[in-house]
Write a protein that binds this ligand. Structure first.
Ligand SMILES: *[C@@H]1O[C@H](CO)[C@@H](O)[C@H](O)[C@H]1NC(C)=O
Ligand SMILES: *[C@@H]1O[C@H](CO)[C@@H](O)[C@H](O)[C@H]1NC(C)=O
Length: 134
């Protein structure tokens, strides 16, 4: 799968963007698209990445009082910026139905700092997954 993002405006703290994820099955494998220093996460079951994903869902639940249930990471990128910025496509259950969400988490392990900077729902439009970062 190839993951492509529109250029992001603003800073890492204020992210207002539409993100387009294109799914390509040309090779059946994941191909790295490096956009502005974002690198694809190759192992989506890496416990560290899964932890970030769960954190994103938990935080989002706290912030807007939803009860999303983390299921798995389906895609992701990371960027090294005084710590690591993660951008993950997360599958989570909203009641009975699974949905995809796009989350951004800023992690600075040595300061024990971890913040959910953005969380938005994805929808499928014309076969393309579109996610809103708010
Ligand atoms: C991904 O990471 C997990 C945990 O570290 C490991 O068990 C698994 O083998 C890794 N998978 C791949 C494809 O590297
Ligand atoms: C975490 O991110 C949110 C959203 O960007 C921001 O409002 C908040 O101030 C941040 N918290 C910290 C401790 O930086």
């Amino acid at each position: 799968m190839t993951i492509k993002f529109n250029p992001i405006l603003g800073t890492l703290f204020v992210v207002v963007a539409t993100v387009i994820l294109r799914v390509s099955d040309a090779q059946g494998g994941r191909k790295g698209a490096i956009v502005g220093g974002w690198n694809p996460i190759t192992n989506l079951t890496d416990p560290e990445v899964v932890e970030i994903g769960k954190f994103a869902v938990d935080e989002h639940n706290k912030e807007v009082k939803t009860k999303l249930e983390f299921q798995k990471i389906t895609n992701g990128e990371s960027q090294v910026v005084a710590g690591i910025n993660y951008r993950l496509v997360i599958s989570a259950k909203d009641g009975d139905s699974p949905h995809n969400y796009l989350a951004e988490v800023w992690d600075k392990p040595w300061e024990k700092f971890r913040n959910l900077t953005s969380f938005g729902e994805c929808s499928l439009e014309n076969g393309e997954q579109q996610c809103m970062l708010t």
